[in-house]
Structure formats: C-alpha cells, structure tokens
Design a protein around this ligand. Structure first.
Ligand SMILES: Nc1nc2c(c(=O)[nH]1)N[C@H]1C(S)=C(S)[C@@H](COP(=O)(O)O)O[C@H]1N2
Ligand SMILES: [Mo]
Length: 262
C-alpha cells in the first residue's frame, strides 16, 4: 500500500537553496501555516539567530523542530478549554462527508462489528470493553462543525455520539493525565491533550447526519472534536488509552504540529 505525501502548500521563491527547503518542507509549511511566527522566521533569519550554517542540514532540522515544539507549547498555553468553536446549520451539512486517510479510499478495510468491542487501556479504573449496543445506549450529543484538513480543504459535517468527557468520567479515567490516545483499526494512532479531550465539543461519533457513520468515514466509532485539525480526529477507533506518555502519529511524523488546535 503506498502512503500519501502531504500536499505542498509551500513554493520556494528565492533565497536559500531549494533542496534544503524541499528537505524541510513539511516543517516549514507547518510554521508558515500556523502564522504564529510569520514574518519573523525565514531560513536566513534562523541562521542569523542561531549562528548555524544553513548548509548544515541536521542543524536546520533541529532548529525547525525546536520552533515547532515551541509552537506546540504556545498553542497549548493559549488553548481556552471553555471557548466554543463555531457551529453551523443543518442546511450547510455536506453529504456524504469528504474522505481522507493516509491511503486511498479503495484500501479502506471496513470494520467487522460482529466481534468488535471498544477496548480501554492505561489510566482507566474500569477497563471492561464496550459493545456497540452499550455505546449506542449512551446519551448522544450532536455537533455541526467544520472539518479542516492539512491538505488544504474543509467541509461542514453533522456528527453525533456520546460526549467524550462524560464517557471518560463514567469509566473512571484519570482526568489529570496528560493525553488520550486513540488506536485505529488501520493502525492509525492519534493522541490529543486532556484539555481538548474534555472540551464540550469533543465527542465519540457514531452517526453522521443522523445515520450510522458509513465505512469510509470511521464506522462504527470515531473521534470528532471541534478544536482540532482533521488528522487529530481518528476513525475506526478500536481502543482508547489514557496516558502520560507522549506519542506522535502519522502526520506529526510528516512534520505537522502535535497540538494542531483550531
Ligand atoms: N484511522 C484513521 N483516522 C483518520 C485518518 C486515517 O488515515 N486513519 N486520516 C485523518 C485525516 S488526515 C483526516 S482529514 C480525517 C478525514 O476524515 P473524513 O474522511 O471523515 O473526512 O480523518 C483523520 N482520521
Ligand atoms: Mo487530514
């Protein structure tokens, strides 16, 4: 199966050697995209600030990584757990949703729900797995929110399912832990910070526009949060783990920011 490369949003104009830019493209794109340091950071400015030779690639890499993790810390620090993201009206909902994954839609392997159970791991008091019927029996919350993908597109979707804070509270998760990790059936791992997991607009979605989510979009269970970019919304969840261990998923390994909040 061939993995996709993130689409380039960045076009080198003039200045540093384009091959260096190409090498560090994902990190530069991320820095550029977040706008946080826009104007303040160019490779030239970085080399002046750090005194490191722009031709020495490992140093460029480590400076960019340092900027990226600084960016994560700033985003984490300014995140307001009570601020609500915009919501939309039913007539704006796109049907069906727009597909994306780290592979093409033809390669989606639908989850066989006959033996499926949601596993719980890590800092959770009650680790009994959940059947789909038990999850469907929980109170539902609906969110009409925008999904924004780092590949440069977005759509408004209508998701419903149990509120994640209520679910984590119910299973006795340690809400003071740092992270909630989601393991997808397709070996996709994504981890979000606890404040975002506990945000009122973060749900375990089972439905789209009132119907069970279709296979390509994460049936039977996915995360939908209004406070994270698309890739931080794992589909086909098979296990939820509460942990203090920092882990990076597919897109972070491509150079996108770990926090990736909206
Ligand atoms: N399990 C899993 N979840 C995933 C992905 C994936 O490849 N596998 N891709 C992510 C990305 S990059 C995006 S933009 C959204 C796409 O969700 P959609 O197909 O419902 O629009 O799913 C995210 N969740
Ligand atoms: Mo995405």
């Amino acid at each position: 199966m061939s993995l996709k490369r993130p689409m380039s949003l960045f076009r080198p104009r003039r200045g540093p050697d384009p091959s260096i830019l190409a090498e560090h493209r994902a990190l530069i794109e991320e820095i550029d995209r977040r706008k946080l340091l826009r104007g303040a950071v160019s490779l030239g400015a970085l080399s002046m600030l750090t005194g490191c030779n722009i031709a020495e690639q490992p140093q460029v890499q480590s400076v960019l990584r340092a900027v990226s993790s600084f960016n994560d810390r700033v985003q984490e620090a300014i995140f307001d757990p009570n601020k609500l993201a915009p919501t939309y009206s039913v007539d704006q909902v796109v049907k069906p949703p727009r597909f994306n994954a780290y592979y093409e839609i033809e390669n989606v392997r639908p989850v066989d729900v006959s033996g499926w159970k949601l596993e719980l791991a890590g800092l959770v008091a009650d680790k009994r797995p959940w059947t789909l019927d038990q999850i469907y029996a929980l109170p539902e919350q609906e969110e009409i929110i925008k999904h924004i993908c780092v590949e440069g597109w977005d759509y408004i979707g209508q998701w419903s399912g149990p509120n994640l804070r209520q679910f984590l509270t119910r299973v006795g998760a340690d809400l003071s832990a740092k992270y909630v990790a989601f393991h997808g059936n397709d070996d996709y791992l994504e981890v979000i910070d606890m404040p975002s997991a506990l945000h009122p607009q973060t749900i375990l979605a089972t439905k789209y526009a009132g119907e069970p989510i279709a296979d390509p979009f994460g049936y039977p269970l996915r995360l939908r949060t209004a406070v994270k970019l698309g890739f931080k919304n794992p589909k086909w969840i098979r296990a939820i783990e509460v942990t203090n261990v920092y882990q990076e998923g597919f897109w972070e390994k491509q150079g996108f920011n770990w926090f990736s909040g909206l």
